[in-house]
Every structure is written in C-alpha cells, then in structure tokens.
Design a protein around this ligand. Structure first.
Ligand code: F6R
Length: 612
C-alpha cells in the first residue's frame, strides 16, 4: 500500500544522477500512499536521507529531493500502518552507523520482539515503525560477516511477515538490495541502469522490460548486473522471467486531465475496446469454461469494487444459465471456505491481482481442492500466478485510487464469460449467444455515449447535492451491483454517506430516514418489469419528500415521479454497467471537486490493499 522505487545508474546513463528520475517515479507512485515521502542516496560514499510527512510534491520541493547528486537511490511514499504519519516515521530508515537505508512495504509481524532484542544489544531506534528493525539487523550481521548480501540474507531469515524491501549500503554503493514476500515488487531492466519498484507504472518511462518477483525472491541490482535468488537461496536464471509490458508512458500520466480519476473515467471506451480485443484472442475463457462446467458449485470472491463486478456476474449467470453462483467478500472467506469441495470453481476478481484478502481466499480455496479462475488487470501479479487460468482485462494502468475503468472492464470480461458458459451448458442457443455477444461489442460505444450524456448533468447535480449528509442508491435485479458500486464511489470520493440496497427493501426499514430533500438515486435497468417495480419505489420515496434522481434509458419511464432524470443510451438491461455507471462515477468525482477534495487521493485510502 506504500510505493517503492530504487534506481542505480552509470554516470553515462544519467550524468546528473538519478534524483530527478526517482522523484518522477515517486509522483507516479503517489496513489499507493501519500501521508509521507522520503528518499535516500549514496553521495560521496555516504548515505543522505531526506524525508518528511506530507505530499510528495511539497516534501520533495521543501527538502530538495532532486538536488541530491547520487547514482544509486531509493524512494518511498507511505501509507501508515505501524506508527502515525510523521517525519520520523517516514521512510527510508537507517541503522545506527548509517551504513544501510531501507524502504519497505508490508508489515513485519515479529518486529516488537526483534526490536527488544536489538535494543538490548545497544541499537538505538529513531522511529516507531516495524521497518526499522531491518537496517539494524543487517548492521548487526554485517559487523560479523563483513558482506552485505550475507547480512541481508541472515536478516531476512529472522523476519516474519509481508514485505517488499529496497536497501542501499555504503559498503556496496552502486547496488540496491531487494526482497519480496506477499507485497509486489518488480525489477526493471535498463541499459546502463537498473531499477526496482513496487509498481510497473513507476518505471514505465524508463523501461518496459521487467521481471515480476515472486514470494521469497531476493537479490540486488547494480547498473550492469541483476542477481536474483529464489526462496531456497538458489540463483535464478532471471532472463527466463523477463516480460515486456504493453503499457505506455501516456497510459500512466494524466495526459492533460486535471485528475487521474477523470482521465480514467474518460478512457473507458478504449479500456473496454482493448478488453474485448484481448478476450477474443486469448484461450483463458475456454479454460475457464471447462473449469466451470466440471464444477459442482461456483463461487466468486473479491473486495470492494471488484466484489460488485462479482455480484454482477452472479446475477447475470442466474439470468442466463439458471446457475446459482455464490458470491462472497474475500475477507470473509473463513465463513465460506469449508463449503468448497474438490473441483468446485472459485472466480477471484482483482484489478491489481495483489489484494491480500482476495489472495488469502484463493489460497484457502485451493487447499479445499477448488480450481481458481482469476480476473485481473495486472499481468503476472500474485492472484493470476496462483490461479489455474486468468482472464485479463486490458484497461491499462489505473492510478486513481478509486476503481473506475477497471470496474467496467471487469464487468465486460465477466459478461463475456457468462455468455460462453450459458452457451456451453446449453442454457442458450447459438443464435441467442451471438445476439448477446453482439451486444457486448456495443459496450465501448455505449459507455462513450453514456459519458457524453451524463457528464454535464453529473456536474450540475454535484453542485446541488454536495452538502447532503446521506443518500440512498437503489435498484433492482441486475442493477443492484451498479447501485452498490455507485454508493461506494459516493462514499469514498464524495465523502457523503451513501447506502445501496435492492429497492424492494425500503419498506422493510430504510424508508424511515426519508425526509424532505433526502437524495435517492435510482439505477433503473432497461427492463419493463424492473421499470414498473421501480416506478412504485420512486413514488413511495417521492411521497415522503425525497429528492428522486433516476438514471435510466432515454425515453423510458416518462411517468416516473422523478425530480431529476439522467438519461443514458438505450440498451439491453444486461448492459447496465456500461450505460449507468459513468453517471455515478462522474457524480462522485464532481462532488469531490465541489467540496475541494482531491479525487485521486481520498483520505485514509490507498490503492492495492496488501494487508489483511
Ligand atoms: C474502490 C476500490 C477498492 C478496490 C478493492 C479491491 O474504488 O478501488 O474497493 O476495488 O480494494 O481491489 P482489487 O480489485 O485490486 O483487488
């Protein structure tokens, strides 16, 4: 949940040093955490550390990160876990003699015990973080062994928990040592330089050739060398693991938009187009169908927005195949995992492929003998690697903390899967499948139109309802997951309490809260029966004074008692994620803007939750 970068180069590659590159990478990593930032570099054989609480741009300007003349540097953006956000807790952390500087993502479980042991030996700690035990441990071993790699290995052997580390040392001043366990870390391969980073997006302007490290791997990079060991300490022929990422620099920058979130909302037509093109040519859907057909039970698991995509899949599969799919929130896996049997299928949805809750659910389901189908946006990430097959969305990097284009890309991939499954089990015939797939092909166009139609209205409505303290987002049937996604976006980006539930539940309790002006947004799927039922729910809210806002297909439900109509392109009800989601994404974006908040950096949140 924090961001790590390390760059080591020759003077030829980067005559002024690497500081400017490190700062640029940190800015690309800011979405990973943004309560403090810091860098460390080797300058004239010594370690220089600059770090403070605050946003990268401010801290870097104030402390002159880019003025450090170093060819070997590490940097960090922090999302606090152990120790409050403060200057002293910001990374990098050093040992007593300042021989080593370390940045870390993850949580060291046995840090308290190690710290007590080190303090008894005379080590003086200067932060409240779990991370600081590592440089002191390495220092301790270095005194005895006189070799950085051996000392690093020994220290890693004592640590329990999750980590991605990058470390520099005065003893080997052109090397960055690294280790990975349960937190993402990649090595970026250059000419005259090499890098390590927690995210591909951080180094995309430097290189597209990367090795995605696996749990237990560690090693070092220098400007000309890369050495990687596996979890048993055996050297790895890393050249076999090099992949070339397709993302471009443009994908990972704002490209003239004021925020990543807006850029990513606007990019959805292309993200859907690329996702479709990718699914058509890869064999993952076929493999997934085989797993699904052989399964007695099908589960779908995920967290947050990805869980909403999972709920959409479950509804769709019930409609198209009459198959019951069991959705469960990944962090609640303990309640479900005992019901999973050998050969059952578990679909794990995760844009990052690294969410710890989802990874845990996958691992436990595998222990029960389940087959795992991953749906992810990040190639070679942990969840795909541990799954039997992966359907990749191709939304490009998502930097805004709130998931937007990855949600609609996931729903499109799952729509595709659900149709093929229905066809394979004979629930629909060839011509019905063809018709549905033709609908799927319309998704990029539909979402483009939906964005055009809803953007001005979302901006206008945001100004009217920004001061609301609470609201409901309601729907029925296939629209409920979209309503749930809408409520999540309004909460996390607009800071308004928003609750979503199937509209029929109003009369069983929630309607008690309705008073004059209480905003209620209705996601109305384009289905006559759902329109009819929702019309009744709109009426019951309206008659109690609610401000009723309907998101619905153009020219439908003219007689609905709506105060505000948000029309979306006319499309099949099953395509509701592509027609109705953009409005709610844009509404939450503009609520944040109205309130003066940064939509890319919602408070208390960070992208990719790699802790339980
Ligand atoms: C909300 C959001 C989160 C993520 C969740 C799962 O906008 O982004 O709710 O959807 O943390 O993340 P992934 O999909 O990476 O597993």
């Amino acid at each position: 949940m924090c961001g790590i970068i390390g760059i080591t180069s020759t003077p030829n590659y980067s005559p002024e040093g690497v500081a400017k590159l490190v700062v640029r990478a940190l800015l690309r990593l800011e979405y990973r955490g943004y309560d403090s930032a810091g860098v460390a570099g080797i300058v004239n054989g010594e370690i220089v550390v600059r770090k403070a609480r605050g946003k990268i741009e401010d801290v870097s300007r104030r402390l002159g990160f880019d003025k450090i003349r170093s060819y070997c540097m590490i940097g960090h953006t922090r999302w606090a876990t152990h120790g409050v956000p403060s200057d002293r807790n910001a990374h990098p952390h050093t040992d007593c003699r300042k021989w080593f500087a370390v940045v870390h993502n993850g949580i060291l479980e046995n840090h308290a015990e190690l710290r007590r042991r080190l303090e008894r030996k005379g080590h003086v700690f200067r932060s409240d973080t779990d991370t600081e035990v590592l440089p002191h441990l390495v220092e301790d071993y270095y005194v005895v062994l006189g070799n950085v790699m051996s000392a690093f290995e020994k220290a890693l052997g004592l640590i329990r928990g999750s980590y991605a580390f990058a470390m520099i040392s005065v003893h080997e001043p052109d090397k960055i040592f690294f280790a990975k366990n349960k937190n993402p870390l990649v090595v970026g391969i250059g000419k005259g330089f090499n890098t390590v980073a927690s995210d591909i997006a951080a180094i995309i302007e430097l290189t597209r050739r990367i090795v995605v490290l696996r749990d237990g791997w560690y090693g070092y990079v220098s400007p000309h060398d890369i050495v990687i060991y596996d979890e048993r300490g055996e050297p790895i022929d890393w050249k076999k693991y090099v992949i070339t990422v397709e993302w471009s620099v443009e994908d990972a920058s704002k490209s003239g938009y004021p925020h990543y979130m807006l850029k990513e909302i606007m990019e959805q037509p292309v993200a859907l187009q690329n996702t479709l093109a990718g699914i058509r040519r890869d064999k993952a859907v076929e493999k997934a169908i085989n797993i699904l057909l052989n399964a007695e039970k099908i589960y779908i698991t995920a967290a947050g927005t990805s869980y909403h995509a999972g709920l959409y899949y479950a509804s769709l599969t019930s409609i198209l195949s009459g198959t019951l799919v069991h959705p469960f929130i990944a962090s609640e896996y303990e309640l479900y995992v005992k019901t999973i049997n050998e050969g059952d299928a578990v679909i794990a949805v995760s844009q990052s492929g690294e969410t710890m809750d989802t990874l845990n659910a996958v691992r436990e389901a595998k222990k029960q003998g389940a087959k795992i189908i991953a749906v992810s946006n990040v190639v070679e990430s942990s969840i795909p690697r541990e799954s039997d097959t992966t359907i990749y969305t191709r939304a490009g990097p998502e930097i805004g903390v709130a998931a937007t284009k990855t949600f609609t890309s996931q729903t499109l991939a799952l729509y595709w899967l659900s149709i093929h499954y229905a066809l394979a089990r004979g629930s629909i015939n060839q011509s019905e499948a063809k018709e549905l797939l033709r609908e799927a092909e319309k998704a990029p166009w539909l979402i483009r139109r939906a964005i055009e139609m809803s953007k001005p209205l979302a901006e206008k409505l945001a100004a009217e309802i920004s001061s609301a303290g609470s609201m409901y987002v309601l729907s029925r049937g296939i629209g409920v997951p979209v309503a749930m996604e809408g409520a999540l976006k309004i909460k996390e980006i607009g800071y308004i309490h928003a609750e979503a539930y199937p509209a029929g539940e109003s009369k069983h309790g929630p309607i008690a809260l309705i008073e004059k002006g209480f905003p209620v947004i209705f996601i109305v799927p384009n289905d006559p029966r759902l329109v009819y039922l929702l019309m009744g729910n709109i009426e019951e809210m309206k008659s109690r004074g609610a401000l009723t806002i309907g998101v619905l297909s153009e020219n439908t439900c003219r007689e609905c008692k709506l105060d505000i109509r948000i029309e979306t392109p006319y499309a099949d009800k099953l395509l509701v994620p592509f027609t109705h989601t953009p409005f709610i994404q844009l509404l939450s974006y503009y609520i944040a803007i109205n309130k003066g908040y940064d939509p890319d950096k919602p408070r208390n949140l960070a992208k990719t939750v790699t802790v339980e």
